[in-house]
Write a protein that binds this ligand. Structure first.
Ligand code: HEC
Length: 150
C-alpha cells in the first residue's frame, strides 16, 4: 500500500504558502475579473459622473446605507468590515480599496462590470439592478475611487 503521508505534507506546505488575497500587489488581487473576451471594450467605459464633493457624498451614503458595501469592505475601505466574522467568508477577502496598485490596475469600466456581474465564486454579488440603479452605481464608484486619494 502507498504511504500518502508525504503527499499530505506537500499539500499542507502548498496551502501555507498562499498569502491572504487582500495584500497589496498580490498578483491574485490584480488579476482581471472581467472575462478576456469582454475586457477590451469594458476597459474603455468611463464614469459619466464628475468627482465632485456632492457626488462622492451621495456615493458614501449608498456605500454605508442601502448598498451595505461597508459591511464587507469596511468604513475605511480596507476590506475587513465589522460584520465579518473571521473565517466566515468563503473565498477571497473583500477588496482593500486603499490598495494603490489595485486602484491603478482597474479602469472605471471594470469596477462597473463587477457591480453588474459580481465576482464569480466569491462573496461579491451583483448589485445592479436589484440594489443599485446604474446612476447610483457610478456614484458609489466615485466614493470607492476616493479611498485611493491621498
Ligand atoms: C458580502 C460581502 C460584500 C459586500 C456586501 C460587497 N462586497 Fe465588494 N467584494 C467582496 C469580495 C469578497 C470581493 C473580492 C472578490 C474577488 O477577489 O474577486 C469584493 C470585490 C469588490 C471589488 C473589486 C473587484 C475587482 O475588480 O477587483 C469592488 C469594486 C467591489 N467589491 C465593490 C463593492 C461595492 C461598491 C459594494 C456595495 C455596493 C460591495 N462591493 C459590497 C465582498 C463584498
Amino acid at each position: 500500500m502507498t504511504d500518502i503521508r508525504p503527499m499530505l505534507c506537500a499539500a499542507a506546505l502548498l496551502l501555507a504558502n498562499v498569502p491572504p488575497s487582500s495584500w497589496s500587489a498580490d498578483p491574485e488581487v490584480l488579476r482581471p475579473r472581467v472575462p478576456a473576451a469582454e475586457i477590451d471594450a469594458v476597459r474603455q467605459i468611463t464614469n459619466p459622473l464628475p468627482a465632485t464633493p456632492g457626488i462622492i457624498e451621495q456615493g458614501r451614503r449608498l456605500f454605508e446605507g442601502k448598498a451595505f458595501c461597508r459591511a464587507c469592505h469596511g468604513a475605511d475601505g480596507k476590506g475587513l468590515g465589522g460584520d465579518i466574522e473571521p473565517g466566515s467568508l468563503k473565498g477571497p477577502l473583500p477588496r482593500n480599496f486603499t490598495d494603490k496598485d489595485w486602484q491603478a490596475a482597474r479602469t472605471d469600466g471594470e469596477l462597473f462590470w463587477i457591480l453588474k456581474n459580481g465576482s464569480k465564486g466569491t462573496a461579491m454579488a451583483p448589485f445592479i439592478p436589484l440594489v443599485l440603479t446604474e446612476e447610483e452605481a457610478w456614484q458609489v464608484l466615485r466614493y470607492v475611487r476616493s479611498f485611493g486619494q491621498p
